[in-house]
Write a protein that binds this ligand. Sequence first.
Ligand SMILES: [Zn+2]
Length: 357
Amino acid sequence: MSFESNGQTDGTSALPAFRRTRRTRRSAGLRRLVRETALSSDDFIYPLFIVPGEGVRHEISSMPGQFQLSLDHLPDEVDELRSLGIGSVLLFGIPAEKDAQATGAFAPDGIVQQAVQTIKAHDPEMVVITDVCACEYTDHGHCGILVNGEVDNDRTLPLLAATAVSHARAGADVVAPSDMMDGRVAAIRQSLDEAGFPSVPVLSYAAKYASAFYGPFREAAESTPAFGDRRSHQMDPANAREAMTEIAIDLDEGADFVIVKPALAYLDIIRQARDRFDVPIIAYNVSGEYAMIKAAARLGWIDERRVTLETLTAIKRAGAGRIITYHAKEAARWLAAEREAAATREPQPSVLAHSGS
Ligand SMILES: [Zn+2]
């Protein structure tokens, strides 16, 4: 062991040789030089909740900063997203009326179908992804057709396929089935092809867990089940290998890319999926993850900006190609401000300042 090779020139006692990884962290410029994961507004897909009526812009209480919007608000919303560099949206519809057969899900003039048309008419380049499920449209709040109090898998498939086709007909760029019925990707792919939409891709929620992190979303989408829960079709949070099976099946059935949902408590699933499948892996940074940051920030317990960007960076670092996130707009703003700051030659305080532990 050499006691001379350590670069100590100040006469402090001789130390053993060791690697100095701090060298590349000394300044903001050096940290940027060696940064492995960079967030950008291209990474974000922004969810929108569309409600009937006019002039409706109703803040979702458990998701501060997120709104249920009526159709007439969409052009402004899309303009704002565009100005922030966000180029894709994921649509959820809340219909005026619900029934046991979820007929509102596939109605040609359904709420989502109208929203797709409105957005595409205003900004044809905005990528519109539609959530395909029944739970926002059934009066019982379940994700499909009920038989003896249970969601009947095979009877639900035609309903999902019809919904996907109606979204494509309205102009959706991508359909995203979130129901977790077995065989739904095959059924949707076949129906899209037969209806003349062979080039509309299917983004499947392949690894969707029965998660308590969806709580605030249920308020936003008004889709809380009237009884029971979704554990018979959504995945058990304890399982990782099963998620790989779900993804493999969906890709086999014709899914073009897949979603892992939720994101933050499932970074290992995102990483395993990334390592195993050569398709885009999209993470859904869900409502509960968003709400926790918002709540803690309101209490002054965390630095909202830093925690949010750290969270999104972690999801990307884990392997997500894109992130569906309610933070999209504010994150895009913060990232733009950071870029602007980096473009100026303000002294970087980083060598001197500690920023906590
Ligand atoms: Zn559902």
